[in-house]
Design a protein around this ligand. Structure first.
Ligand code: PLP
Length: 400
């Protein structure tokens, strides 16, 4: 009898973390490696947030809290939803967890039964399908191809819905593509959902504040109030406030689901870190101006990467509306051979050869469910990005 669980056998470890680890390992061996795999801002957490955490420690706010968050943070979250999304939630409709990841996991664990289907647009954030599998559900993928800016169509969404569909997971701006749906594009999807009252929406708004040019963020319950009673709006402080290590995520939605998520958390991790919760209160209630400053930098980096990669024959690099990723499609490079003699049959081989031959670590597209492509995180300085893109250009120019 195997010792490890059957459920775990269906799940794979995070490929993005694997790439980051491999790049770090090669660097530690003294190799000249540029890691573009990490999904976190390179900026430091703002000082006012750090000060709030220090003040919490000094004041002895270092004990257990209510499992699903302190009242002060829930109040700040309600105010945030009103301010940014024009959504009315009461503290009883809010739950706080250890990162956006735990929030999504709690929601799936609290609601899925064997055979329940969850629609996931591809390319997708790597954790969605595996979390669904861990919770006993079945992921159903709908592809958003590069020609459509990596977005799905209402027709494709409609075709994927069955009587077993429980959730539609929506993520805009997206990890890994940075694609952001406009309010009009989103309304076309919510119109489909209005025709299927048994389908709930889990919207992952993690990159809400990281948007560029004239793109305006929109979230499902905002564009279609008719979905309010079956939408779980998930978000967190990790990306917008450069707080990935603090581990605070949150969600708002119908009380029954929120309570059930708290039940899962009460028997796993209990409350998220008390000190981080106080830091998150300051993040949400304090000044927001550095988000715009950071975004100017992110936009400049995005433009640099997109323009350099767009010069490459065989690579198509759509301009992302948000987040800090680009997702070039490489159909034109598959079937070629590298200078060192590697035949590029898949995007995984491409990424491996790029790392071995030019020292650039990217994440291959098959990890995100849409190939052939790869993901670059541009959350690093301009000089490093220019160096990395030059190496990618050289690598592609040497293919035969
Ligand atoms: C789309 C998306 N959702 C959720 C998360 C998880 O965020 P957190 O670090 O708060 O757990 C990430 C992190 O990479 C993400 O990209």
């Amino acid at each position: 009898m195997p010792f490890l669980s059957d459920t775990l056998a269906r799940v794979k470890p995070s490929p993005t973390i694997a790439v980051s680890n491999l790049a770090a390992e090669l660097k530690a061996q003294g190799k000249d490696v540029i890691g573009l795999g990490a999904g976190e801002p390179d900026f430091d957490t703002p000082q006012n947030i750090k000060d709030a955490a220090i003040a919490a420690i000094v004041a002895g706010k270092t004990k257990y809290t209510a499992v699903d968050g302190i009242p002060e943070l829930k109040k700040a979250i309600c105010a945030k939803f009103k301010r940014d999304n024009d959504l009315d939630y009461t503290p009883a409709q809010v739950t706080v967890g250890t990162g956006g990841k735990q929030i999504l996991y709690n929601a799936l664990m609290a609601t899925l039964n064997p055979g329940d289907e969850v629609i996931i647009p591809a390319p997708y954030w790597v954790s969605y399908p595996d979390m669904v599998l861990l919770a006993g559900g079945t992921p159903v993928f709908v592809e958003g191809p590069s020609q459509n800016g990596y977005k799905i169509t209402p027709e494709d969404l409609e075709a994927a819905i069955t009587p077993k569909t429980k959730w539609f997971i929506f993520n805009s701006p997206s990890n890994p593509t940075g694609a952001g749906y406009t309010a009009t594009e989103l309304k076309a999807l919510t119109d489909v959902l209005m025709r299927h009252p048994h389908v709930w929406v889990m919207t992952d708004d993690m990159y809400e504040h990281l948007v560029y040019d004239d793109y305006e963020f929109a979230t499902p319950a905002q564009v279609e109030p008719g979905l309010y009673d079956r939408t779980l709006t998930c978000n967190g402080v990790s990306k917008a406030y450069a707080m990935t290590g603090w581990r605070i995520g949150y969600a708002a939605g119908p009380v029954e689901v929120i309570k059930a998520m708290g039940k899962v958390q009460s028997q796993s991790t209990s409350n998220p870190c008390t000190i981080s919760q106080w830091a998150a209160v300051e993040a949400l209630n304090g000044p927001q101006d550095y988000i715009a400053t950071n975004n100017e930098m992110f936009k400049r980096r995005r433009d640099l990467v997109v323009s350099m990669l767009s010069e490459i024959d065989g690579m198509v690099c759509p301009v992302p509306e948000g987040a800090f990723y680009v997702y070039p499609s490489i159909t034109g490079l598959i079937g070629k051979t590298t200078a060192a003699g590697t035949f590029l049959d898949t995007d995984e081989t491409f990424a491996k050869a790029l790392l071995e031959e030019k020292g650039v670590a990217v994440v291959f597209g098959s990890a995100f469910g849409l190939s052939p492509a790869f993901r670059i995180s541009y959350a690093t300085d301009d000089e490093t990005l220019r160096d990395a893109c030059t190496r990618i250009q050289d690598f592609c120019a040497s293919l035969t």
